[in-house]
Design a protein around this ligand. Structure first.
Ligand SMILES: [Cu+2]
Length: 289
């Protein structure tokens, strides 16, 4: 090694050490450049996460499921002779099909949760029509995530979501037809879905920009994972009334920990009811794609 190469080697090592030092040294450096008027692209969140979990209860006696008259379509009666309403599914006092989501909040460090970008899941969420019934009854999607509607029946269906913020569509799907694949571009809680062939068929689709939502299971439980530590407003939405019924709760999610948010609907739990669609204005965030 000649003298000149040695000097260059020493210099370049010194320079890379300097660069390293300024990137992660001291705790005083900041990499967040101030906004210069134009909106910068939102960055993904990286760091520790926690969970929000809880149980949704139904107080009092739930309404008994009603038998559905399927005489309009013999194929439905044949496939599902005991079809009943499924708007209030209660088991041991616990309520299924409640859409629980983080509506808004501030991540530790000061940024709003909507200021981060959240990647779109690559898997499709399936909404199946079986026995002239939507299954599941309530689903959640991220914006631009694929919805796949399948027809497992020996009859024709007509899927007709009626959103207020997204684009409405209305499509027939014959027996044996391939899945209908759609996406929703804007956050909306929740989009009612009906079938123009079978007036009793109903489903609901919650669309969120973030992945922070879950539908309560048969035992009323839900767990929302991957939540950055921070303070949030958690909302539980259940169908009924013009736009559904909501309950709201404030939670603090610790890093690598869990926040509890239990909700109750039914009797003695009606005072905080709010129409959901008015609570969820269309928010066009910079991260919108
Ligand atoms: Cu149908």
């Amino acid at each position: 090694m000649n003298k000149q190469t040695k000097v260059w080697l020493v210099l370049s090592i010194a320079l890379s050490l300097l660069a390293l030092g300024s990137a992660c040294g001291g705790g005083t450096t900041t990499t967040n450049a101030p906004s210069s008027g134009t909106e910068a692209a939102a960055a993904p969140y990286s760091g520790p996460t926690g969970t929000v979990s809880g149980v949704v209860s139904f107080n009092g006696t739930p309404p008994a499921p009603k038998k559905i008259d399927t005489t309009a379509d013999a194929a439905c009666g044949k496939a599902n002779p005991n079809l009943t309403t499924d708007d209030t599914m209660v088991k041991d006092g616990k309520l299924q099909n409640v859409f629980v989501y983080i509506k808004e909040g501030t991540v530790d460090g000061g940024k709003k949760i909507g200021e981060y970008s959240w990647s779109t899941p690559t898997n499709a969420v399936v909404l199946d029509q079986r026995g002239c019934h939507y299954n599941p009854h309530v689903i959640g999607l991220q914006t631009n995530q694929k919805l796949s509607v399948t027809n497992s029946d020996q009859t024709q269906h007509n899927i007709h979501p009626t959103p207020k913020l997204n684009q409405e569509w209305n499509q027939t799907q014959a027996n044996g037809a391939p899945p209908i694949e759609k996406t929703f571009t804007r956050a909306e809680v929740l989009i009612p879905v009906k079938c123009n062939q079978h007036p009793w068929m109903k489903a609901y689709i919650g669309v969120m920009k973030t992945p922070f939502f879950k539908v309560s299971a048969e035992d009323g439980s839900y767990t929302i994972q991957g939540v950055p530590p921070g303070k949030y407003t958690v909302v539980a939405w259940r169908e009924g009334g013009a736009n559904g019924t909501e309950k709201t709760m404030e939670v603090t999610v610790p890093a690598n920990g869990s926040a509890k948010a239990d909700f109750a609907f039914g009797e003695a739990a009606t005072s905080a009811n709010k129409p959901s669609l008015q609570m969820m204005p269309a928010r066009e965030l910079p991260s919108h794609r």
